[in-house]
Design a protein around this ligand. Structure first.
Ligand code: BG6
Length: 476
């Protein structure tokens, strides 16, 4: 049993993310003994709820996780609610007094986590009030967890960081990228650096190319308003895909500290090759938008999406890293909504030893299965002396997966421990935005021909052509 002492204040307690992800994550932490008697959660929101209303919502949202009803009721006694207008100073004073009361009751030693799960436009309003109204304690730790997006481009990210820094230092800010909480994403470092088999050839001597695929069957669901201003590139590439790329390309950190890991990732993101001409962008980046198909609406017909929208719901890209060890090694990245499969995959294609023999292939599978597979060459069984590839693979069972922490659970726990290894440093975010801004500056000059793939298909044909130019195909 770990005696983690803290008050977690959640802004956005009545929201969808809280019910879908955060309450189950926090309940699992409690169930597994990572949170116990020295813990309280204060949910806040504009809605006028009582503590009982809050507990009712939490009870429903964690229902699937419950094994012991008495233990659940005990957990619920740690849940509180205050209705809160983020612009009203008096409400911060109420919150402060309530935190002080609960601090006494639960002996939380002044430790505070402020979790903002609201529109990013409200981040600075809240953090500035936390500072000016004296909610940041002197005696314990104070940490801020915020959801993406961190800005819309480089300039807005810089502005946001400047404002957050008026209340919280960089080492207190935990930017959630839920991909970094996934089991197989966290495993990338172990696979790369703890196997001699890979560590010495994980560069342009041994690797031909990478493929990072973040594909989804779902459309924009009920998020049309957000998504139409975001698009696939900002929604999935700026954060998740470039984080995966950084983990795949970075040098071994000098130790396992968060600082060392972030330092190596920053180097990669600062070295992404920025296409210089619009022609270069046209040749290496394929944007797509889904059109209607028998069973599905087209993107432009989705709710809260402009009927002439040119927002991309798909992107396939050839990303390059301008560092000597990665010269000539493309990182092919693709993401898309409403394609024919949900698959989150990293494929590493090694170079062949000699012409005519397949290079080894490592697949790190994040979803739908969790595990990896390595294709190795061996002799065809029997009289033949030919070579063929056979798989060595390991996939986790449903039972194992039920035991392993889920992404939000893991990241909230790591924040409680003060471990930032799986959170992005501000500079990672800024470099990623610079890369994306450069793309958009070129795209502004090219009118896309949307829609260009059918909902439920594998995506635009041009995405296949992009790889065909390199005499390869997307791994399925
Ligand atoms: C989110 C995006 O960050 O990631 C969503 O905003 C997307 O549009 C989701 O659906 C995908 O996450 P996962 O974990 O289902 O791959």
């Amino acid at each position: 049993m770990t005696e983690n002492k803290l008050i977690l204040t959640l802004f956005g307690a009545t929201g969808d993310l809280a019910s879908r992800k955060l309450y189950p994550a926090i309940y699992r932490l409690y169930k597994n003994g990572h949170l116990s008697k020295h813990f309280a959660l204060i949910g806040t929101g504009r809605t006028k709820w009582s503590h009982e209303d809050m507990r009712h919502t939490v009870r429903q949202s964690v229902a699937k996780e419950v094994e012991d009803a008495t233990h659940l009721e005990e957990f619920l006694t740690h849940m509180y609610y205050l209705s809160h207008d983020v612009n009203d100073k008096a409400h911060y004073q109420n919150l402060k007094a309530f935190q002080a009361e609960l601090d006494q009751q639960y002996q939380t030693d002044g430790n505070r986590i402020f979790y903002i799960s609201l529109s990013p436009t409200l981040f600075p309003t809240i953090t500035l009030h936390l500072k000016t109204e004296g909610l940041i304690t002197e005696n314990g730790y104070n940490r801020l967890i915020i959801e993406k997006p961190f800005g819309h481009d480089t300039e807005s990210a810089q502005e946001l960081q400047r404002k957050l820094n008026q209340a919280f230092d960089e080492d207190q800010i935990f930017r959630i990228d839920h991909y970094l909480g996934k089991e197989m994403v966290q495993a990338i470092r172990n696979i790369r650096f703890d196997n001699r088999l890979f560590s010495d050839i994980w560069n342009n001597k041994g690797i031909d190319h990478f493929q990072i695929s973040l594909l989804e069957e779902v459309g924009v669901e009920d998020r049309g308003e957000y998504y139409d201003h975001s698009g696939a590139t900002r929604d999935m590439i700026q954060n998740h895909a470039l984080q995966l790329l950084a983990l795949l390309a970075m040098d071994a950190p000098k130790d396992n500290s968060a600082e060392a890991i972030q330092e190596e990732k920053i180097k990669i993101l600062a070295s992404l090759h920025l296409p210089e001409t619009t022609e270069e962008v046209k040749a290496n980046f394929v944007r797509g938008q889904y059109g209607p198909a028998a069973d599905f609406k087209g993107y432009r017909q989705e709710e809260n999406v402009a009927s002439d929208s040119n927002t991309e719901t798909y992107l396939a890209a050839k990303v390059e890293v301008d560092l000597p060890q990665w010269k000539g090694v493309p990182f092919f990245v693709r993401t898309g909504k409403r394609v024919n499969s949900k698959s989150t995959l990293i494929d590493v294609q090694f170079k062949p030893t000699i012409e005519g023999i397949a290079g080894n292939h490592l697949r790190i599978e994040i979803a739908p299965r969790t595990g990896y597979r390595l294709l190795v060459n061996q002799k065809v069984f029997g009289y033949s002396h030919d070579t063929y590839s056979i798989p060595f693979e390991y996939y986790y069972t449903d039972e194992q997966l039920a035991q392993t922490p889920q992404d939000y659970e893991r990241l909230i726990f790591e924040c409680i421990l003060g471990d930032k290894s799986h959170f992005a440093h501000y500079l990672e975010v800024e470099h990623a935005w610079k890369y994306i801004d450069n793309l958009f500056s070129h795209w502004q000059k090219i009118e896309p021909e949307f829609p260009n793939y059918e909902a439920g298909s594998k995506g635009p044909k041009a995405a296949d052509d992009l790889l065909a130019k390199h005499h390869i195909e997307w791994h399925q």
